[in-house]
Ligand binder design. Structure first.
Ligand code: E4P
Length: 219
């Protein structure tokens, strides 16, 4: 399983990128709005930092396929080597995914909450699907089951090359669950990536090695 970072904060993206752990970035309208900067300019800066797929979502006010396709072309033009157009799972969204696919523009179908939605998006030509596990957990439904089911369904049909991005990841445990469930990618907030690095035995082990070393060798 690969990692993408789920943020529009360029400072977090730079820090994660320097560790060599992120293969791509996902954003959404809420994440970009949180940064309070120009929408397209933010995507442009992100694409200049990470050499991998960068999901930029059509604006939240775009509801019809024609508008989504027009915005999708604009997002793709930011950096055709990296940009992926993120489109919500609706009837119009599927139409937009299909049209963008025919134009050779990669897409990420977002707000996936059932395996049927994932299968429909794959058949429409989505390059990626983003099943959201945290938001299912929030309403007392086991989100990881969705990831496992989508992975099993896609596995049954080798002609599907759509990749599964486990999204709405909220904890290190979610990340392990996604890897076991067969997600191709987990898109993870910076805070969770940092949590994954730490373990109390690692920290105390470093302290002990330092103490023993200094006793004999000094600084
Ligand atoms: C990424 O593709 C999603 O938009 C994001 O992971 C949603 O996360 P949230 O449910 O924590 O807002």
């Amino acid at each position: 399983m690969k990692f993408y970072i789920d943020t529009a904060n360029v400072s977090e993206i730079r820090k994660a990128n320097e560790m060599g752990i992120v293969a791509g970035v996902t954003t959404n309208p809420s994440l970009i709005a949180k940064e309070g900067r120009d929408y397209i300019q933010t995507l442009k800066e992100i694409a200049s930092i990470v050499d991998g797929p960068i999901s930029g979502e059509v604006k939240a006010t775009a509801t019809d396929a024609a508008t989504m396709v027009a915005q999708g072309k604009e997002i793709y033009a930011v950096d055709p080597d990296h940009m992926v157009v993120k489109i919500p799972m609706t009837e119009e969204g599927l139409k937009a995914i299909h049209q963008l696919h025919q134009l050779g523009i990669p897409t990420n179908c977002t707000l996936i909450f059932t395996a049927n939605q994932a299968l429909l998006a794959a058949r429409a030509g989505a390059t990626y699907v983003s099943p959201f596990l945290g938001r299912l957990d929030d309403i007392d439904e086991p989100g990881v089951d969705l990831i496992r089911t989508v992975a099993a369904v896609f596995h049954n049909y080798p002609d599907i090359d759509t990749k599964i991005i486990a999204a709405s990841v909220r904890s290190p445990l979610h990340v392990t669950d996604c890897a076991l469930a067969g997600a191709d990618i987990a898109t993870v907030p910076y805070k969770v990536l940092v949590q994954m690095i730490h373990h109390p035995l690692t920290e105390s082990g470093i302290e002990k090695f330092k103490e023993d070393y200094q006793k004999v060798f000094g600084q």
